[in-house]
Design a protein around this ligand. Sequence first.
Ligand SMILES: [Zn+2]
Ligand SMILES: [Zn+2]
Length: 174
Amino acid sequence: MARQPSTSSITGIIFCVTTTTGWADHALACLREAGYRSGGARRTVVEHLDGQDCCLSAQETHDQIVGRGTKVGIASVYRVLDLLAAQGLLTRVDLGDGVARYESARPGGRHHHHLVCGDCGKVEAFEDDSLERELSCVADRLGYAMDAHDVVLRGACDDCRTVDRKSTSSTTRG
Ligand SMILES: [Zn+2]
Ligand SMILES: [Zn+2]
């Protein structure tokens, strides 16, 4: 498929690098250096992930790309995600439900954690500087050299909580 998405004009040098435009160029350059061609499904998947704030599964990545009108096979998406993860360009996010999700590993990118809704399955990102400081303090106190950490909050998202409240309360006031 030679067809490019309509936003394919980003081929020049970008001086004003934001974290969102930087990663795709970086990832495609790394693939080329490692001897992989950076066209076709690889470019499609990389450019799609570049627009994400948080993690996606292979199925979600595939469905969203196809939903935008670009043809890509699910097997290709799996292969590209595996390759990018093996190259250290994606972080694998394990939220304990057996589904592998991936998000771009951005040099200097914002570090975040996840909220997982047990009702609808929605995954959201959150950041909290005081939590980060507290985790560092805990590691220090335990004499632990912390390389990384994961924090997952589980429960019901705002939408599902609202539905719950409506269905359990018979005296909802307007
Ligand atoms: Zn995330
Ligand atoms: Zn929910």
